[in-house]
Ligand binder design. Sequence first.
Ligand code: SAM
Length: 279
Amino acid sequence: MPGILYLVPTPIGNLSDLSPRAVDTLSQADFIAAEDTRVTLKLLNHFSIKKSMVAYYRHNTAAGGQAILKRLLEGETCALVSDAGTPAVSDPGEELVRLCVDHGVEVVALPGPCALTTALSVSGLPTGRFSFEGFLAMNKKNRRDHLSSLKNETRTMIFYEAPHKLLTTLQDLAELFGPDRPVSLCRELTKLHEEVIRTTLGEAVTRYTDQSPKGEFVLVVAGAESAAEEAPDPDDALAQVNALRREGVSLKDAVRQVADSMGLKRNLLYSMALESDKG
Ligand code: SAM
């Protein structure tokens, strides 16, 4: 009978965020697969956990994955951790999960620290619908293609970014989405210098042109205003004109006021109002 692969989220900064269940799972697994065994050793030492580890990282996923799979198929249990946060979200764990699923090995995910959900929840931007975009490619054309495909995205978008690429990414975002688009720069979450800067893309570019960004960042970018929100509804405009007239405003003034505020043509609204007067 095969063993189980446990996905164990680890703190993204604050060590107190490791859950008691995560500690138990790490302690009880037969072995731990870690992205960087030196990073994980510090965590294990902090919690007095002694456990054998194997390295599973970006450049050994093929051989490393097969070795882990073999042990799982022989009945061992493995706890997979990344350097920080939830394994398999923008890190090589994704491939190990696929391998296990394909070979009928049970995978159990523990909930816990994740940079994506921590940033989204604190961003102050709409959270009802969102699109996680992970890291943008290093290659300029691929980055631009990726961002161009998001030009009309109305959901909140979340990007992971390394500090040395932050300014370029902000510049690309401001150019494609416009400088007024709201963005929340979530920096060093759960750490001593934790900071959430709620600003616009244009202001973010200015800020990091003046000072170089330090620490880890998640960018949460507001979605585009939907076409429905952008296009003024003439029936809605007419209703507003009629409401103003009931308050004693003249037809001409009501039309001017509403047409200007909604970006509609005055003569179109004026004709509509006359038509509706005729009943
Ligand atoms: N799997 C992890 C997760 O989802 O929590 C993320 C792994 S990914 C390789 C690392 C990226 O997560 C960083 O480049 C940064 O964008 C983000 N990140 C991790 N820790 C963070 C923190 N404390 N504050 C802000 N962003 C963080």
